[in-house]
Write a protein that binds this ligand. Structure first.
Ligand SMILES: Cc1cc2nc3c(=O)[nH]c(=O)nc-3n(C[C@H](O)[C@H](O)[C@H](O)COP(=O)(O)O)c2cc1C
Length: 333
């Protein structure tokens, strides 16, 4: 059964119900390459991209500035591009550019809580401006033949939980699916995600809803499905340093069986590969800088992780990274 019929690319099918949503500074091409290797069915998305800077770079023939952030491997039929902004025409133009560059779906960010984003009326601020939010959706829809999705929170604050209302409006405009992070903008990342309120969105519409927020274990994933009745689940932070987690989740939801964790050796090989990919795509300086954070995610919970942290924060080269990872392996055998 395909939930979205008549699409030229697969996007959502019965196997595609786990989504690793955008994480700025994380879901880059290196991260997505590994996640895809681990799970052919996981839905992925780029980091959020500014519609303004995307269109500006494009019109000034500076596509290379965004090329790397937008890179989607050939043949990947499940990776979307997330754009943010508040000007309907600029968002439409950005959607057009992302479509030409190989996106499989276009996701509109209406959930980012960061002050500098919402102060510019972008991200979660759009939840306070339903009319403008709808205009953006309409224009973006008209600019692309691809499925258009929207990621929101529950609302701006406790007193304005308008995600079900917005979902109904967006469904009327032809939005293909939505991701709902079960927090308000006011909460940012504090407190806990309220899955029961995501259910209100699920009940309000027929389009697929991906429930999002605070899924850290297989049991959490099961509970989210049970409590929300959502079509799918979006898991962000719990995949950091665990690119195999999405596959474990989908297998558990489908079969009730727990896929074995990769061995220590395989986990550390993945960490090394992650560093290699970062250096390949971003060069030594940025690649190694960004590798530090990722290695720390992979080794979290391993014996001696705290001791290694300060050493990892000082690595300067791929050789340093590999040596430290090898030492962690020896330390944990
Ligand atoms: C480092 C980081 C960067 C994020 N960047 C984005 C982003 O670019 N766009 C977006 O819609 N959400 C972004 N998010 C929010 C996540 O997609 C997700 O909604 C949130 O982390 C809750 O899910 P989780 O509990 O599974 O992590 C980001 C989250 C983190 C931790």
């Amino acid at each position: 059964m395909s939930l979205l019929k008549n699409r030229d690319k697969k996007f959502l099918t019965e196997n595609t119900f786990v989504y690793i949503p955008p994480m700025a500074g994380v879901t880059d091409i290196a991260y997505r390459t590994l996640c895809r290797e681990m799970d052919e069915n996981v839905v992925l998305a780029t980091e959020m991209l500014s519609s303004k800077s995307l269109t500006f770079a494009h019109s000034n023939r500076k596509e290379h500035q965004h090329a790397q952030r937008l890179t989607i491997p050939d043949g990947d039929e499940l990776t979307g591009v997330q754009i943010f902004g508040h000007e309907p025409d600029v968002m439409a133009e950005a959607a057009k550019i992302a479509t030409d560059l190989g996106a499989v779906f276009i996701d509109i960010n209406m959930g980012c809580p960061v002050a500098k984003i919402v102060n510019g009326m972008d991200g979660a601020a759009l939840m306070k401006e339903p009319e403008l939010a709808c205009q953006i959706v309409e224009k973006v829809k008209a600019a692309t033949h691809l499925p258009v999705t929207v990621k929101t929170r529950l609302g701006w604050c406790e007193g304005s939980l308008n995600a079900p209302f917005l979902a109904r409006e967006f469904e009327k405009l032809g939005v293909a699916a939505m991701t709902i992070h079960g927090r308000t903008r006011a909460q940012k990342y504090t407190g806990s995600a309220k899955w029961s309120l995501i259910k209100e969105v699920v009940d309000a519409v027929k389009i697929p809803i991906f429930a999002n927020g605070d899924v850290k274990t297989l049991e959490d994933a099961k509970k989210v499905f049970e409590e929300t009745g959502a079509y799918g689940i979006a898991i962000a932070r719990a995949t950091m340093g665990k690119p195999w987690f999405s596959k474990q989740v989908s297998h558990y939801i489908e079969t009730g069986l727990v896929l074995e964790e990769p061995s220590l050796e395989d986990k550390l090989k993945l960490a090394q590969k992650h560093c290699e990919l970062l250096v390949k795509f971003k060069g030594n300086h940025i690649g190694i800088q960004e590798s530090r954070r990722h290695i720390n995610n992979y080794i979290s919970g391993m014996s001696g992780a705290a001791k290694f942290r300060s050493r990892i924060n000082q690595i300067e080269s791929l050789d340093d990274a590999k040596r430290e990872i090898d030492l962690i392996f020896i330390n944990n055998q």
